[in-house]
Design a protein around this ligand. Structure first.
Ligand code: FEO
Length: 391
């Protein structure tokens, strides 16, 4: 039996708790996740967002705890990615008279492919209002945070922003408010979410945060994780303002994949050189580390060193996976270092350097290499190269 949770007068959380989800498009979720939907009991009964396919029954049962789903008049789709709109078709079976509010034109175009053309859509331009009774809802487009169709919904009467992906966290809990859980854990989840989903769109997100700053806010209710209220509303806005700058904090990240230990030895030498130069460093063997955790560190890093042994004329597979992820997410203009050991052809370090240059890294050093017997590695020269790089 699934129950609704009231977050404000006449407003209920009716989402799905994905207690056992651990992975979504490259992103690890050690605490699980939630996809949040909100029910507003006004003259026009309004549901904001739906859920991931497979969680529709949970959502509908939570709605039924408040009202018969057949009585829903309006379903707002703030974002048409499947984790929020994948359940729309099934929810519409239970709410056949509901009109669908979506962003015009991007959301409209996508949702028609999900549920067909013969639905009643209420497409909303940026800044348009919709009266649902005692409330007027305003729709603010937030394109590329993180899809073209994104928008947020603001209820002036309640001073609540339903922000969809923005300000979210992957965090499955029995609590619904940020102030009910450990702040450090929650902010770490919010930062990891930003680094792995929002970061490539930091400029667009900064504009969205500026627009949100114009609103009188009591709560921010995102589509993932906990709702921010009271002082936590300011906490997450300030965090986003800082994260959106993509300003590095001077730290370093060293990531490597090794075959028999010589690339690991190089990685350790590089990390030691950073440490000796007073640079805060994190060292990751990518074969036993999580790439989304690494990306969260890359978000702050001034220096990113990436190394692999050469294997079959290329990088080791786990390092290749990390490079793909790095290429899509990394902020531009950081300093990169490529390195790795080899037997007869130093292909991996060159390949890493090419990928990093293509991703926008500056690479002042030539790829650093050693042959497969680490006893012959010129560690002092590698150490000195990193020391000189930091100066
Ligand atoms: Fe949570 Fe972009 O979907």
């Amino acid at each position: 039996m699934f129950k609704a949770f009231q977050i404000s007068p006449d407003i209920y959380w009716v989402g799905a708790i994905e207690w056992n989800e651990r992975y979504i498009h490259g992103f690890s979720m050690p605490y699980g996740s939630t996809t949040n939907a909100y029910l507003i009991m006004d003259e026009q009964i309004t549901l904001i967002d739906t859920c991931m396919p497979g969680f529709e029954d949970e959502l509908l049962e939570r709605v039924a705890d408040v009202v018969d789903p057949a009585k829903i008049d309006i379903i707002i789709s703030n974002h048409s990615e499947k984790d929020h709109a994948g359940g729309l078709a099934r929810v519409l079976e239970a709410a056949p008279n509901a009109k669908i509010v979506t962003s015009d034109p991007k959301g409209l175009a996508i949702l028609k492919t999900y549920v067909g053309e013969d639905r009643t859509f209420l497409p909303m331009k940026n800044g348009e209002d919709l009266c649902i009774g005692s409330r007027t809802l305003r729709f603010i487009h937030t394109p590329m945070v993180h899809w073209p169709d994104n928008m947020v919904t603001y209820s002036e009467l309640d001073r609540i922003l339903f922000s969809n992906d923005a300000f979210g966290q992957f965090f499955a809990t029995s609590q619904r408010f940020a102030d009910e859980v450990d702040t450090g854990t929650l902010m770490a989840c919010a930062k990891k979410y930003f680094a792995n989903i929002i970061m490539p769109f930091a400029k667009q997100t900064a504009k969205a945060v500026t627009a949100v700053r114009q609103l009188d806010l009591r709560m921010i209710a995102p589509a993932h994780g906990l709702t921010w209220r009271g002082p936590d509303t300011e906490r997450i806005l300030e965090a986003y303002e800082q994260w959106c700058t993509l300003r590095p904090n001077g730290s370093a990240v060293v990531v490597y994949a090794t075959m028999y230990g010589s690339t690991a030895r190089m990685a350790q030498t590089i990390a030691e050189a950073f440490m000796a130069a007073g640079v805060s460093v994190r060292l990751y063997d990518v074969q036993v580390s999580d790439i989304s955790d690494i990306m969260t560190q890359v978000m702050d890093a001034e220096y990113v060193a990436v190394g692999s042994a050469t294997h079959n004329g290329t990088v080791l597979p786990p390092l290749g996976q990390f490079l793909t992820y790095l290429k899509g997410l990394t902020p531009k203009g950081r300093t990169g270092v490529a390195f790795g050991s080899y037997g007869w052809m130093a292909a991996a370090p060159k390949e890493i350097a090419d990928v990093m240059a293509g991703a926008g890294f500056q690479l002042p050093l030539e790829p650093q290499t050693s042959d497969w017997d680490e006893s012959t590695t010129d560690e002092p020269a590698l150490f000195q190269a990193i020391t000189d790089l930091v100066r």
